[in-house]
Design a protein around this ligand. Structure first.
Ligand code: C2E
Ligand code: MG
Ligand code: MG
Ligand code: MG
Length: 287
């Protein structure tokens, strides 16, 4: 019996190992063949204006279909491929943003997600400045997102690097805020511009759980610390209304717009605020 269990265990292990090895190789091919894409999801103000947007990585595998960034980024972090992948994301996001700036369509900053492995590299800032000069994007159009966990890994290094970003004119946001058990003392010392309140708290708003209280408290805390707040994952009118009542200023979520390819995002910006997509927002909700 012990033997059988052992065999079952190794088979499972082999399968997960196999999948990881396979994905690693496939990811390399995707990077080489430029099969990866950036999608963009706008951020909205209370009046329905686009005030910034996030770049989100997409990979559609020819046989496996869409693979979640959460899955393949974890693999890229384990294999070290994240260095190349992360640089490509930064470059592509800045390059697309430069196009929007040239077309006078840039609605605000472009937010790019960073892996902690990118952020803590010794050559990170140099690399970042290289990307900005290659793409011709001014630093004032760039925002970088890091999770709480990433920033807390080495708080001293984080404070220093974030400080350098402030000097360069790049803003930063703490992603998935509220899920990482931040030490409030460090939070106060991190020179970040914004927190992105994690969607678990937003989704709990209409669930009558205590998390709605968390939303309220986090907004109050952020205000005390002089931080801006963006609510992630807003999916319903009820969530939106609740957040507006709490004076939350910036929103991101399927209720407003899903992540979309660059060409579509460009069209949305070209159409301007009168676009049908946003018409629901101006229906008696301006007050
Ligand atoms: P994230 O940075 O917190 O990104 C927000 C995620 O929430 C995105 O998932 C987005 O599609 C999703 N989302 C937006 N609005 C809603 C909504 O109303 N409801 C729900 N349920 N979800 C919503 P996505 O694109 O699957 O990305 C997942 C995570 O993968 C990201 O979370 C980020 O941590 C990571 N990621 C994505 N692109 C990159 C990248 O270029 N670099 C790095 N390092 N990480 C990335
Ligand atoms: Mg993010
Ligand atoms: Mg997030
Ligand atoms: Mg996330």
């Amino acid at each position: 019996k012990g033997r059988n269990q052992f065999r079952a265990f190794t088979r499972e292990l082999n399968e997960s190992l196999y999948r990881r090895l396979m994905l690693r190789n496939e990811l390399q091919t995707a990077m080489d063949q430029r099969d990866l894409q950036l999608y963009y999801q706008p951020f909205f103000t209370q009046t329905g204006q686009v005030c910034g947007y996030e770049a989100l990585l997409r990979w559609e595998h020819p046989e496996l279909g869409w693979i979640s960034p959460q899955d393949f980024i974890a693999i890229a972090e384990q294999t070290g491929q994240i260095a190349e992948l992360g640089r490509w994301v930064l470059w592509q996001a800045c390059s697309d943003a430069r196009q929007l700036v040239d077309a006078r369509l840039m609605p605000g900053r472009v937010s790019v997600n960073l892996s902690p492995l990118q952020f803590y590299r010794g050559d990170f800032l140099l690399d970042l400045m290289g990307v900005l000069s290659e793409t011709g994007l001014q630093a004032r159009w760039l925002d970088l997102e890091l999770t709480e966990g990433a920033l807390m890994r080495d708080t001293q290094a984080s404070i220093e690097t974030l400080g350098r970003l402030v000097e360069l004119g790049i803003t930063t946001a703490i992603d998935d805020f509220g899920t990482g058990f931040s030490c409030l003392d460090y939070l106060q010392r991190l020179p970040v511009t914004r927190i992105k309140l994690d969607k678990v708290f937003i989704h709990a708003i209409d669930g009558h759980s205590g998390n709605a209280v968390v939303c309220k408290s986090v907004l109050a805390l952020a205000r005390e610390l002089g931080l801006r707040v963006l609510a992630e994952g807003v999916e319903t009118q009820a969530q939106y209304d609740y957040l507006v009542n709490l004076d939350c200023e910036v929103f991101q979520g399927f209720y407003f717009a899903r992540p979309m390819p660059f060409s579509m995002f460009r069209e949305l910006l070209l159409a301007g605020p009168e676009k049908p997509l946003l018409s629901t927002l101006s229906n008696g909700r301006s007050g």
